[in-house]
Write a protein that binds this ligand. Structure first.
Ligand SMILES: [Zn+2]
Length: 454
């Protein structure tokens, strides 16, 4: 597994995306700065990082092994988790002290994008429409602060620090002692720091975030400890239609989707092109997500629907619609089902403390909360079975189990469960998404669980 503690903070990906470091260059996400910093501190870092990664993949283990790790811990409940967010606004002057309205519309954007409720899903190309996913994660402004006092989830903190931009790692905004503001317990809140990320007057980095500690899509040296967990957003890019986003690149990033992208990282997602733009074969690495097409480089603030940087089997063009690309916000309209599954799983496994305090909305009718808590359904690919685990209490009533495919067709006929652990043969199920359904004697649905066979 992973080492418990790493002192090296890294946002993932390889070297600078565009290398040239042009003065007016803007990176939507802060990879460049962090990796350049590491290279300075540990000369040769970029090379070895790149090489190690490719070697792993070449051995044919990398992706499969990581996917298996995820799958082995993957079982899904049809519930929407509502998680509290606190926005720390660190301001050096009134212009940086962004309005409440921007925070409110930022939460709206996050909720629309994560729940696939954004109006611009109509712009998704036909080929990708069936792949768009709902992460079933909902965000609300925190209502109680760490001391249990009421709050509106917006924490305004004046600072004497004029800018937090840096060519290297800079997590200073996350520490009161360094002029920033300490995180609220990162196991209970998602912390968002809004601050000035300009460097020498240039808007260089629009935001950054770290993946969950231990997530298998990432190398252990990207993990950071609790006080630094969270999302940082440049104050000019917070919310939708921020009046401070007044230059071309910022205007192209003015639909509140810097946060959508960074929250994607926070829940474990990698960039859609796998950050391998500097390797000899840019199409070698995958983002470990099966329903995103291979992509060679990020879409540098463009929206080219003809873009196709990797030609693969059953070829699809680059998914410029994806929030984890570097396309314009106008262009970005979706996470894929694979991505939303991974994020949902990351919340339930790696960030489970947050959902321990979250409100759980069960979207399927569940008549008995005891049953909800005491049933597990999950595929075990190594044995080609679907496992249904029940507690003794549940078995005291009649419980039937069946499985439907994504078209709603029953693929495993109803069968009464009579044991604490029942195995169903999954060899006949072709790769795809399925729903396991538990019903009682009266044909009432007690529980549904989505799972993937691949
Ligand atoms: Zn990013």
């Amino acid at each position: 597994m992973f080492r418990l503690l790493s002192t090296v903070a890294l946002l993932g990906g390889f070297a600078s995306v565009y290398g040239q470091q042009a003065k007016d260059f803007v990176e939507p996400c802060g990879h460049t700065a962090v990796i350049e910093h590491l290279e300075k501190k540990y000369p040769g870092f970029k090379n070895s990082y790149d090489r190690r990664y490719i070697e792993t993949i070449k051995k044919g283990q990398g992706i499969q092994k990581r996917k298996k790790q995820i799958r082995d811990t993957t079982y899904f409940y049809d519930s929407v988790f509502t998680v509290p967010v606190v926005f720390h606004i660190l301001y050096n002057n009134s212009y940086e002290n962004v309005e409440d309205s921007l925070i409110f519309n930022q939460v709206e954007v996050l909720n629309e994008d994560f729940r696939k409720m954004n109006a611009d899903t109509v712009n998704i190309r036909q080929i990708f429409k069936p792949r768009a996913g709902d992460a079933k994660i909902k965000f609300v402004l925190a209502e109680k602060d760490p001391n249990g006092n009421p709050t509106n989830g917006i924490n305004r903190v004046p600072t004497t620090v004029a800018s937090w931009g840096s060519n290297g790692v800079n997590n200073n905004m996350k520490y009161t002692a360094r002029g920033g503001v300490d995180a609220w317990d990162p196991r209970k809140y998602i912390n968002v720091w809004i601050c000035d990320l300009t460097l020498n007057g240039q808007d260089r980095v629009l935001g950054f975030a770290y993946p969950p500690f231990g997530h298998p899509f990432w190398q252990s040296n990207v993990f950071v400890s609790d006080p630094e967990q969270g999302v940082v957003i440049h104050y000019k890019c917070i919310g939708r239609n921020n009046r401070r986003a007044n230059t071309s690149v910022l205007l192209a990033s003015n639909k509140g989707r810097v946060a959508t992208h960074e929250f994607g990282h926070y829940f474990g997602l990698r960039h859609i092109w796998a950050d391998d733009q500097f390797s000899a074969n840019r199409c070698l690495l995958d983002d470990y997500i099966e329903d995103t097409p291979l992509q060679g480089t990020g879409s540098n603030f463009t929206c080219q629907k003809t873009r196709n940087t990797c030609v693969e089997a059953n070829d699809a063009p680059d998914m410029v619609e994806n929030y984890m690309d570097y396309s314009t916000h106008e262009c970005q309209t979706m996470f894929t089902k694979g991505q939303t599954d991974v994020m949902y799983d990351a919340l339930r496994t790696f960030r489970r403390d947050i959902i321990a305090t979250a409100e759980v909305e069960v979207t399927t009718r569940v008549f008995d909360t005891v049953i909800y808590d005491q049933v597990l359904i999950f595929p075990r690919p190594s044995e080609s079975v679907i496992v249904v685990e029940l507690t003794k209490e549940v078995l005291e009533s009649t419980v039937n189990f069946s499985v439907y495919n994504s078209l709603g067709q029953k693929v495993i006929k109803e069968q009464e469960l009579t044991s604490n652990e029942t195995y169903f043969d999954s060899r006949k199920l072709s790769p795809g998404h399925y729903v396991g359904v538990l019903k009682n004697n009266n044909q009432e649905i007690k529980k549904t669980v989505r799972f993937i066979i691949d």
